[in-house]
Design a protein around this ligand. Structure first.
Ligand code: MN
Length: 281
């Protein structure tokens, strides 16, 4: 599996003024991209390449865990935000009142937890195996699914998430970020079955259904099945089609696999059709 940067569900300036375009360009465009690149490099040619990202998070440690979890966490975070203010659904309010006494209490506790993460990390709203809502602080790349919780919402409190816009004022960033939370999404995540199965690593590794529930972040996200990026050679003249370069002069953008070339595409050197090409050996 090769991970690629998932599309951001809004324009890079859509969260302004709360989160600037510049922050998004660095945070999403550079930091997340780096975690993705690192993960790809770390798993290339290893059995980890065949595993789902949640399995990596549940079963690895060290650099693979760090980068896999950072990829997952960031996708989840960016997908938790909305440029349009979303009011909190009644259903969620009921659960928050049940588990935190009041919505206001929850808000205060969550913000306190986020502000209080020592160093770099994440604040989470998650659900335990019985469905109770809990607030969890995680350091560095931590993800509550490791302890059997189902993630519902996260705020990134690494400095790179706010330093450009808020400098060292983390609490102010959290307040503004709060106004961007997509509460509909939180409810949707509550209803997707899963990661309570995450308490049992075996289950996560073997069942497709648990995966479906678990991976909203992934489904929304990331991952492209490995494309056929082999070079193809024209058997008539020896010209080589390289998918990395494409054939821009003939309207084929870089990154186009041979199989996705238009049917009427022809060899730029000798003019024969696609059927005269073979994978490079
Ligand atoms: Mn981050």
């Amino acid at each position: 599996m090769i991970y690629t940067l998932p599309p951001l569900p809004y324009a890079s300036d859509a969260l302004e003024p709360r989160i600037s375009k510049e922050t998004i360009e660095y945070h999403y465009g550079k930091h997340l991209q780096t975690y993705i690149d690192n993960l790809n490099n770390l798993i290339a040619g290893t059995p980890y390449e065949e595993m789902q990202i949640e399995t990596l998070i549940m079963t690895t440690s060290g650099p693979i865990f760090n980068n896999a979890a950072q990829v997952w966490n960031h996708v989840f975070y960016f997908n938790s935000l909305s440029p349009v203010q979303v009011s909190m659904p009644l259903e969620l309010k009921d659960y928050l009142i049940r588990d935190f006494g009041s919505v206001e209490n929850f808000k205060e506790m969550f913000k306190k937890a986020a502000a209080g993460v020592f160093g770099s990390g994440w604040a989470w709203l998650a659900q335990d195996a019985e469905g109770k809502l809990v607030i969890i602080q995680e350091s560095n790349a931590g993800n509550p699914m490791r302890n059997g919780f189902k993630p519902l919402l996260t705020i990134d409190v690494w400095e790179h998430a706010y330093y450009i816009d808020y400098r060292n004022r983390r609490a102010e960033y959290i307040d503004r970020c709060w106004e961007l939370i997509n509460w509909d999404k939180v409810v949707k995540r509550m209803h997707s079955d899963l990661p309570s199965a995450v308490t049992d690593v075996e289950t996560v590794m073997v069942t497709e259904t648990s995966r479906d529930g678990l991976t909203e972040a992934i489904a929304e996200a990331i991952i492209e099945d490995e494309k056929d990026m082999r070079k193809y050679v024209c058997v008539t003249c020896g010209w080589v089609y390289d998918p990395v370069e494409g054939d821009p002069e003939n309207g084929v953008p870089p990154g186009t696999p041979f199989s996705e070339l238009p049917e009427d595409w022809t060899c730029p050197a000798c003019g024969v059709g696609k059927e005269y090409f073979e994978p490079e050996k």
